[in-house]
Design a protein. Structure first.
Length: 185
């Protein structure tokens, strides 16, 4: 047994083991055994590399799905805004017509119908999450307001809005259209 170990082979099992167990025992040279261990380590390394790569790809795919979900949601909002802008032009026209309506027409019944249509449109916009940007008598905020003139006005403090020329709207925190305003110097 010692002679075999000295020659570079793995030890043979004890002779008192059963014959069946002896059939399972294999003797291989130590060099070959070391090579197999080295190959096994190499295979384990590769398995770890593949596992790490797989986990990274999985995380990247999860991030991709989240990013695509955000992009799709953003795109939906963009489409919604583009459609809403068309309705805002109609709302502006209705508001201007009602604001500049001659007093002689106040008693006409069809004026009530026009006012009802304007209210319905306002309700529809509100239902879609569209809010009016507060402007009248507020401080000018370039994020929400667009100044079309800067005027001297002793009745209004400098930097505050004198008049809203065209109403602005937001959806959530996003400005659909800024308010066109006249600002006091």
């Amino acid at each position: 047994k010692e002679d075999i170990e000295k020659e570079g082979e793995a030890p043979i099992s004890e002779s008192n083991e059963s014959e069946e167990e002896a059939d399972k025992t294999v003797t291989i040279p130590l060099m070959e055994y070391a090579a197999q261990l080295e190959e096994l380590d190499h295979i384990n390394q590769k398995a770890d590399e593949f596992s790490d790569g797989w986990q990274r790809e999985r995380a990247e795919f999860a991030n991709y799905r989240k990013r695509m979900g955000r992009d799709i949601e953003s795109q939906k909002i963009n489409y919604k805004i583009e459609i809403i802008k068309k309705y805002l032009a109609v709302k502006d026209d209705l508001d201007r017509a009602l604001k500049n309506m001659p007093e002689s027409l106040n008693d006409e019944s069809w004026i009530d119908g026009i006012q009802l249509i304007s209210q319905k449109l306002s309700t529809l916009l509100d239902g879609e999450g569209i809010k009016v940007i507060p402007a009248e008598n507020n401080a000018f905020d370039p994020e929400y307001h667009e100044a079309i003139s800067n005027e001297d006005n002793p009745e209004v403090e400098s930097g505050f809005i004198i008049e809203v020329v065209q109403q602005g709207y937001i959806i959530g925190e996003r400005v659909i259209r800024p308010s066109l305003v006249r600002v006091a110097k």
